[in-house]
Design a protein around this ligand. Structure first.
Ligand SMILES: Nc1ncnc2c1ncn2[C@@H]1O[C@H](COP(=O)(O)OP(=O)(O)OP(=O)(O)O)[C@@H](O)[C@H]1O
Ligand SMILES: [Mg+2]
Length: 237
C-alpha cells in the first residue's frame, strides 16, 4: 500500500481558539481508517482541514504528494477528496437527482456523470427509485445515502465520512456500516469519524483516538479494540 493522504504536525482552530494540536496521520491507498474520540475532540475540525474548509495554522497535508494547504479550496475536490459533512448538509428543497448533480460540478466529473450515477445507483438502489423526491423529505438513512451518493459523484479517491450513523435508528446504523464496507470494497479509500466506536472498529483497518485536539492513540482496529483505555472510555466494558 502506498501513502495517499499524509498530515504532519497540524495545528488548526477557529480565530484565537485552537482545536487541533500537532496532529499527524496517514491513510494509505485502499485503507479504511477511523477517527474516534469524545464530543468536542476536534474530529470534525480534522475533516474540515483535510477538505480545505479551514486552513491549518501550522503543519502540512499532502494528497498523493500534492500540497493540499497550497491548493485553493475549490480545487481540492479535484485532487480526489470528497467530504460528507456532519449532519449531511443536503439541499433539502432540491430533488435527490439535483443533489446528486451538485456533487458532479467540476468539469472532470461532468464527463463521467452517467457512469458515476450508475455506480451510485448500484450502491444505493433506493436513490434511483426516489430521484424526483425532495431530499428533505427522505428518511434519515435515505438522506445519508444521498449525501454519500453526492460525494461519490465527484469520482473521489478518498471519501471523508463525518459521523454517517449519527441520528439514525440502530437498524439503520447497521445498514450505514454495511454501506461503508461496500464503498471500501469498491476500491475507495475511506477516512471515517464515528462515535459508534464498537461498530466502526469492525469496518476499519486502523484507527486514531483524538482527545482534546491531540492524537492519544493509534493502531490497528484489533489493537484499539483490545486497549484498556478504549475499552473503559468508549466500549463500556
Ligand atoms: N465554527 C467554530 N467556531 C468556533 N469554535 C468551533 C467551531 N467549530 C468547532 N469549534 C470548537 O472546536 C472544538 C472541536 O470541535 P469539533 O466540531 O471539531 O469536535 P468533534 O470532535 O467533531 O465533536 P462532536 O463529536 O461533538 O461532533 C470544540 O471545542 C468546538 O466548540
Ligand atoms: Mg463532529
Amino acid at each position: 500500500m502506498t501513502g495517499m493522504l499524509e498530515l504532519k504536525s497540524i495545528d488548526a482552530g477557529y480565530g484565537s481558539f485552537q482545536a487541533l494540536f500537532d496532529v499527524s496521520l496517514d491513510v494509505r491507498a485502499g485503507e479504511a481508517v477511523g477517527v474516534i474520540g469524545p464530543n468536542g475532540a476536534g474530529k470534525t475540525t480534522l475533516m474540515r482541514v483535510i477538505s480545505g474548509l479551514i486552513r491549518p495554522i501550522r503543519g502540512t497535508i499532502a494528497m498523493e504528494g500534492t500540497d493540499v494547504v497550497a491548493t485553493p479550496p475549490h480545487r481540492i475536490v479535484s485532487l480526489g477528496i470528497a467530504h460528507v459533512p456532519e449532519n449531511r448538509r443536503l439541499f433539502p428543497r432540491l430533488t435527490v437527482a439535483d443533489n446528486l448533480k451538485m456533487g458532479a460540478y467540476m468539469p472532470g466529473a461532468r464527463a463521467h456523470y452517467v457512469e458515476r450515477l450508475e455506480f451510485v445507483f448500484e450502491l444505493f438502489p433506493r436513490l434511483k427509485e426516489r430521484l424526483q423526491q425532495m431530499a428533505g423529505t427522505m428518511s434519515g438513512g435515505e438522506q445519508q445515502m444521498c449525501a454519500i451518493g453526492r460525494a461519490l459523484m465527484s469520482n473521489p479517491k478518498l471519501l471523508l465520512l463525518d459521523e454517517p450513523s449519527a441520528g439514525l435508528a440502530p437498524v439503520v446504523v447497521q445498514q450505514v456500516f454495511e454501506l461503508v464496507k461496500r464503498i471500501r470494497a469498491s476500491g475507495l479509500t475511506v477516512l471515517i469519524v464515528e462515535q459508534n466506536v464498537q461498530q466502526v472498529l469492525r469496518v476499519v483497518d486502523r484507527a486514531y483516538l483524538l482527545e482534546a485536539g491531540s492524537i492519544r492513540a493509534a493502531g490497528s482496529a484489533a489493537e484499539l479494540a483490545a486497549s484498556d483505555t478504549i475499552k473503559q472510555a468508549y466500549l463500556g466494558v
